[in-house]
Design a protein around this ligand. Sequence first.
Ligand code: GDD
Ligand code: MG
Length: 362
Amino acid sequence: MKAIILAGGFGTRLRPLSCTRPKMLLPVANQPLVDWCLKTLSNGGVDTVILAVNYMAEALVRYLGTTKYDLGLLYSREQRPMGTGGPLKKAKDLLTMNEPFIVMNGDVITDFDIKRLVDFHKEKKGLATLAVVEVADPSRFGSVERDYEGHILRFVEKPEPGKAPSNLINAGIYVLEPEVLNYIPNSGKVSIEREVFPILAKEGKLYGYEIHGQWMDVGVSGDYLRANALLLARNDGVRSEKAKVDASAMLLSPSDLAEGVEVGAESVIGPNVSVAENVLIGKGCRIENSVIFSGATIGDYTNIKNAIIGENAILHKWVKIESGSLIGDYAEIEDGVTLTEGVTVCPSKTVGESILNQRQVM
Ligand code: GDD
Ligand code: MG
């Protein structure tokens, strides 16, 4: 069976983080997001994956090549973003026209078995079957109304607060019959969620299969940190064989310190921390529930909690980064600065004064 991964650009929240890599190479538990997606598909009985890319495609091709996890990998490159529907039509010639295929949003992390979704699809004989999952706040997603047989009666993308048909949402993984491509207009940007699913629902050809267990959209920083923690926990314990950790430092499980990482005296790292290659952490630091990208430097006595630190960023001494804050690649945070409540610092910016409310430093 074939699958298409929609490997487009960054969702808005994480976009300022990195200017040097496509979203699918974002590390989650020290492994690029795309690897986790490919593993889910490979375990789900897929043999060929088409990566639909519009942004920094070369980096992805260079990293993945033509095969991984027993999957053949093909690339379909867009000149300009074609939305979530256009890329499927564009990849038509790479698909097999007499069998269904899978579509996966490239920012989804889940542990459910795709084979069950495929079985359900074959049993119901609709044109499209969506994996659906229950969430507390459906307004950020595509919300569905589903009957007891699994028919989706209504599909509303990004419903206004209070107007969602239910708390069941589109999980971003579908099985589609090739006929669905006929519902996608020929050119330009097409949103499958806004332009195709509502029509299929009206025609009674759209089904929803509810999944239970782990599901996250890492496009949002809170979910990104949650996904990181979840995948770290799967590995179980602390991994730091290739790091140089001072004997008086403490590593709390689960955490993962990559090759070339150094940790100074009396620092406490973890739980739920992944530190990428060659990050230097000084003495007396405290880092928890955070992701540190490669090459970053963390000065002595700096605290990081619930935050994301970009590639080669420099945090000097006595810095505090907290509560969903996000430091872009190559940014620099000076001595004693506190950033909290979801402050975003864009790449290469320098911050010399504390910011205590949600703001973007551009
Ligand atoms: N190739 C390509 N080209 N991919 C794209 C493009 C594009 O122009 N635009 C978006 N994508 C990819 C994104 O990279 C992402 O992997 C996926 O399509 C979905 O886009 P998002 O921007 O992340 O959408 P969303 O999270 O707001 O909503 C979607 O996902 C939700 C589940 O996480 C919708 O499908 C919702 O209905 C769904 O609930
Ligand atoms: Mg998303």
